[in-house]
Design a protein. Structure first.
Lengths: 358, 504
């Protein structure tokens, strides 16, 4: 009876998600006690007279979009390489610059010019990520060091491309992507997260990306002897991360209708790595669970929004966030986990003994 | 003196969820004896050792150690060490980048300032008295594995251990190194140390041990003086059945006529670590590479599979010329390869038994053709049953299986691809007797079904039992090829020792 229950839990992968789910539940509970109004969803009418959803909860779901998308790509790179890409924010700034430069250069924003700019944006991000991927997989440089290069010079490259501090683009199409599509009250970035998620799900379903990535991440030598090319798998992971970064950079650009090379997607690399870790994924690579990272992204954003709602100023927020994150990451640490397992074993052993006695 | 007891374990039980790993086991170790602890994988040897060394807590039973009043309280490896119990594991647990002396004293110095000069002197004295061929200032990684192991033993001995546990110490040593280790063990024995010797090599048990304790399925089978337990009896006790089947393992004596087709044929094949060599194998043939450790056996098969970078040579599969530059091409041409080092090159430890079984077939089918879950489950079930793999379920991570069962999972992985030619490099290393026999039997069965198999083993008897042709290697060269009547242990030894090189 007990065994069956456990296997179902395991099958659903709840085991690994126990900590992030608990964290999210506690955040909900905390807000419920603090101020039930936190959850109220209101319908506002925006400047152009269309209804849009508002409220803290919507704000969490909306503003977590870029982070959620980049976390998905980061999960793959982490799993395959056992290391993280810290250049995602900087590369995002580059691809966003290409995007906006092309849009401005082509004059009027139409579906056609938007498509061209978006494809160019994706191509740019993928190319830069391939550069990282080459350093990591061919030259076997540690991911952190390899991606440090673009981390430090990426925003300068973005500045060279834009040529001015903050190029702007003004168009209803851009607002529709960054904010809401007229008639649909849910913010568009939310749909972009779903879109990227669905695309990745289809890739996982139709290809062996997950199996290959995990094999390479766990035991590269053995994977090679089974005919898998570790180089190709790592390049694929970086390539997909590139796509994620490009999409996130398009969202971030459209939100503001401008690109500031200094602030666009700034510090997102650290939050993305954190999201992967909170999701219960090993930063040392190997097995991964994409849903965990996505959950992690929303937990981080919810934490930020909660703290903002409590009136904590943005300078202090990082310190408060750190405290909560220590607790979440600590709960998932091997030491605490082993304690929990020991405790559970002892309990089940006692149960067996009790059962035998009766 | 001889019968002084240093360690008594009584009624030890250890429960894991779902299994009784140890059930009421007794174990007695006397001063100055080498006591072999035997049993198949999963018999409870490791659990007993781990209870003794404080890695696990026992659920019931008592442990008494000479010199300690009452029950010894061992709750951590540190407690065990303080009680005079030292362990040297199969995998070296020292720091390869430190010197020999540093390794012997690290973590044991009490002064704030460490006088390495003095420690080096002390280390030299210990190494000298134990006859360990290492210098204190030498970096540990520059020593051979055997010497590293002896340094670990030296460290243990210097910590005044009464009980020394050697867990599979010989599995990566060659014969000369084993002899060296045995000399050291006998020396320690004469100094009154009680040694618990865990190994899979039966011959070695009979060479050095005084007593044997046999476990099976977590229970004590019995304790015997070596002289009273013939080898066949020992195997029978370990497996829990009489051993008439051991003898019936016999290869079908295939005599190949000149015209029998070669499944695989290589001319002048070379890799970055293997000099050019010629090789062929016929349909349904079992052959083997033999020679001392490091003679180039593994390098040969790795070149065939493309595991090391191939630098030259012509290869024909079933008569057609092919280019094999890497594992993927080899697989597509119908070659399977079970690597020598199961942990390093074989298993993907954290993935499930199912994923490990289907991996090679999945790769051959292609990146864009993932198997359906139901198909994977079917394959996994089929091979778990067929090869009698002991696992809780097919979802279990393969890393948590015993060595023999891990090996079977990798075997299943390659059998599932239905190769024409299967290379098995040391498939029987470090696994229990029963599984060894199962694997040899399987090899012969596969050959009967017309698969060609290259079988490599450090134990020559195993190869003589299964192979119809043996290629003998020395120092990277082929020095002989034995068939038919030449396949005797004496002949193999002679060829290894004295044959003239035939190929460059």
């Amino acid at each position: 009876m007990d065994k069956k229950k456990e296997s179902i839990w395991k099958r659903m992968g709840i085991g690994q998600l126990a900590i992030p789910l608990t964290a999210l539940a506690l955040l909900f509970l905390f807000n419920l006690i603090r101020d039930p109004g936190f959850f109220s969803v209101v319908v506002n009418i925006n400047n152009s007279g269309n209804p849009v959803l508002g409220g803290n909860l919507i704000s969490v779901i909306n503003s977590a979009s870029e982070l959620a998308i980049i976390s998905m790509g980061m999960t793959l790179v982490t799993a395959a390489c056992g290391g993280q890409d810290i250049s995602v924010g900087a590369v995002g700034a580059i691809s966003a610059s290409v995007f906006i430069k092309l849009l401005i250069g082509m004059g009027n924003v139409t579906a056609g010019t938007l498509t061209v700019a978006t494809l160019a944006c994706i191509a740019t991000a993928v190319a830069f990520m391939m550069f990282n991927g080459t350093l990591v997989s061919v030259f076997r440089i540690q991911p952190m060091i390899a991606t440090l290069i673009l981390y430090s010079c990426g925003r300068s490259i973005a500045y060279w491309i834009t040529g001015s501090a903050t190029p702007q683009v003004d168009s209803p199409i851009i607002t529709a992507i960054g904010m809401t599509i007229p008639g649909i009250p849910v913010p568009t970035p939310v749909f972009m997260v779903i879109l990227v998620g669905v695309i990745l799900a289809v890739i996982f379903k139709r290809t062996n990306t997950a199996l290959y990535t995990q094999s390479v991440g766990i035991n590269q030598g053995a994977a090679r002897l089974n005919g898998i090319s570790p180089t190709a798998v790592k390049m694929l992971a970086f390539g997909l991360l590139g796509v994620c970064v490009a999409v996130a950079s398009v969202i971030a650009t459209c939100r503001m209708s401008q690109v500031s090379h200094k602030t666009l997607l700034v510090d997102i690399e650290m939050d993305a790595i954190l999201a992967v870790a909170i999701g219960g994924n090993s930063l040392g690579g190997g097995k991964f669970r994409m849903s965990g990272s996505i959950l992690g992204a929303y937990i981080i954003t919810m934490l930020t929004v909660t703290l903002l709602a409590m009136g904590i100023n943005s300078v202090n927020i990082k310190a408060y966030k750190a405290v909560v994150i220590i607790i979440i990451v600590g709960a998932g640490s091997p030491v605490i986990k082993n304690r929990m397992i020991l405790w559970r074993n002892r309990r089940s052993a006692a149960a067996v003994k009790g059962g035998a006695a009766s | 003196m001889q019968n002084d007891v240093v360690l008594t374990m009584r009624g030890i039980s250890k429960l894991f969820p779902g299994t009784k790993a140890l059930n009421n086991v007794d174990f007695t170790l006397r001063r100055g004896e080498i006591h072999a602890l035997m049993g198949e994988n999963g018999a409870g040897k490791s659990t007993l050792i781990k209870v003794l060394t404080g890695v696990y807590e026992k659920d019931s039973g008592s442990i008494h150690i000479e010199g300690i009043d009452g029950e010894a309280a061992i709750h951590s490896p540190q407690d065990a060490q303080n009680a005079g119990i030292s362990t040297v594991y199969q995998e070296i647990t020292l720091c390869p980048n430190l010197t020999v002396a540093e390794n012997m004293f690290i973590g044991r110095t009490e002064d704030a300032v460490v006088h390495w000069k003095a420690y080096e002197k002390k280390a030299a004295a210990i190494l000298d008295s134990l006859g360990i061929p290492a210098r204190p200032k030498q970096e540990l990684s520059s020593c051979s594995l055997a010497v590293q192991q002896m340094v670990a033993i030296g460290r243990a001995v210097d910590m005044n251990c009464k009980v020394l546990i050697l867990d599979e110490p010989t599995s990566s040593l060659d014969e000369k190194e084993v002899a060296m280790l045995f000399r050291l063990m006998r020396d320690l024995k004469s100094r009154g140390v009680g040694i618990i010797f865990v190994t899979h090599f039966l011959e070695q048990v009979y060479e050095v041990s005084d007593r044997i304790t046999v476990l099976r399925n977590g229970e004590l089978v019995g304790e015997y003086p070596v002289a009273e337990l013939p080898q066949v009896e020992l195997v029978a006790r370990m497996m829990g059945k009489s051993l008439n089947d051991l003898g019936d393992l016999k290869k079908a004596d295939k005599s190949f006529s000149a015209g029998t087709e070669n499944v695989y044929e290589a001319k002048g094949l070379s890799s970055v670590v293997r000099k050019p060599f010629d090789f062929r194998i016929r349909k349904g043939e079992v052959n083997g590479f033999t020679g001392l450790l490091g003679s180039g056996r593994s390098e040969s098969v790795r070149a065939i599979f493309g595991a090391d970078r191939v630098t030259g040579g012509q290869v024909r599969m079933n008569g057609k010329e092919v280019r094999i530059t890497g594992p993927h091409e080899a697989m597509k041409n119908g070659i399977g390869y079970l690597p020598e080092d199961r942990k390093r090159d074989g298993i993907i430890a954290e993935l499930s038994v199912r994923e490990n079984i289907i991996l090679a077939l999945q790769v051959m089918r292609g990146f864009f053709k993932p198997m359906k879950r139901s198909e994977m489950e079917k394959f996994a079930d089929e091979y778990i049953r067929e090869l009698n793999i002991k696992t809780a379920s097919q979802n279990t991570p393969v890393g948590s299986l015993s060595g023999g069962n891990q090996q079977k999972v990798i075997l299943a992985r390659w059998l599932l691809t239905h190769p024409d030619y299967l290379i098995l490099d040391e498939p029987t290393r470090g696994i229990d007797v029963g599984t060894k026999l199962e694997i040899q039997r399987l090899v012969l069965k596969l050959a009967e079904e017309n698969m060609s198999v290259t079988f490599i083993s450090s134990e020559i008897e195993e190869m003589l039992r299964t192979c119809s042709r043996l290629i003998v290697m020395r120092d990277g060269n082929t020095v002989g090829e034995l068939t038919g009547d030449e396949l005797t242990q004496a002949h193999v030894m002679e060829t290894i020792a004295g044959g003239e090189a035939q190929h460059g």
